[in-house]
Design a protein around this ligand. Structure first.
Ligand code: ZN
Length: 269
């Protein structure tokens, strides 16, 4: 992606909390608030762009990269201040759209489309091909797994095609804060993720910071453990819309609820 302004944004180990106080990345407070933080920032920097941004968010979260890219591009062209916030998503869209559909992709897409067109009663009699989305890295279809479920390090949340961790698009996790959480927590195995993050952002210190600090203090070594293992199911539903995040956040919560329903449906297979 590179830096859109020629200068890499600085992403250190501290983030700014919703109340303006500093927090430490990769810890529970980071996990619990990163969704709210990105929507609060978007509302602050471009309050007049809610509709077009949210249209992009909703398209992105269902894997409709074509529509998401169109909405994000429109938002950025109207309000260039959105560029830094939306740059990671624009890149994911463009990357996924580069993929040439494989034979498996076409077979799945056609089978799923045919199944969805069936009358509800007939769906009970025909096998559902399952709910898949195009991976945000390789662009091929992979089973939907909620980005806060499973541990990519243990192969529990990886693309069935390219193997990369947390392949399903998620607007919050794919924004700067989500990426920074993964970076400082070392949540994925692939070197490409870390190289890409360091190419895009001025990181100081680098991703070994929390590994070193835990080793020095004798605290429990927590390396390569992802958000889900810490946060757990109960805290997943504990996202707090705070400090006037407004309609953007309400719509984001609706998107979250829809993601949860998909997850439940996927696990019934
Ligand atoms: Zn993939």
């Amino acid at each position: 992606m590179g830096s859109p302004h020629g200068v890499k944004p600085k992403i250190g180990v501290e983030f700014v909390s919703l109340d303006g106080s500093p927090g430490q990345r990769s810890l529970m407070g980071d996990f619990q608030t990163l969704r709210a933080r990105i929507f609060q920032r978007l509302q602050t920097i471009a309050p007049d762009c809610e509709d077009v941004v949210m249209a992009g968010v909703n398209a992105y979260n269902v894997g409709d990269y074509e529509a998401a890219l169109a909405h994000f591009s429109e938002a950025i062209s109207g309000r260039p201040v959105l560029l830094d916030e939306l740059a990671p998503h624009v890149r994911s869209c463009k990357r996924a759209l580069l993929a040439v559909p494989s034979k498996a992709d076409i077979l799945y897409r056609d089978a799923r489309s045919a199944w969805l067109r069936l009358p509800r009663l007939l769906r009970w009699l025909r096998r559902d091909p399952g709910h898949k989305l195009r991976c945000k890295y390789c662009g091929h279809y992979t089973l939907f797994i909620h980005p806060e479920s499973g541990v990519a390090y243990f192969g529990m949340n990886n693309c069935a095609v390219c193997g990369r961790g947390y392949p399903v698009p998620d607007f919050a996790w794919d924004g700067i804060d989500g990426l920074a959480y993964i970076y400082y927590r070392n949540s994925v195995t692939e070197d490409a993720f870390y190289a890409e993050f360091e190419a895009d952002y001025d990181v100081h210190p680098n991703r070994t910071h929390f590994m070193k600090s835990k080793a020095e203090t004798g605290a429990e070594t927590v390396v390569c453990v992802d958000a889900a293992s810490d946060a757990g199911q109960s805290e997943r539903s504990d996202r707090q819309p705070t400090l006037g995040a407004g309609r953007l956040h309400q719509q984001a919560e609706k998107t979250n609820e829809r993601l949860q329903r998909w997850q439940e449906r996927a696990y019934k297979k």
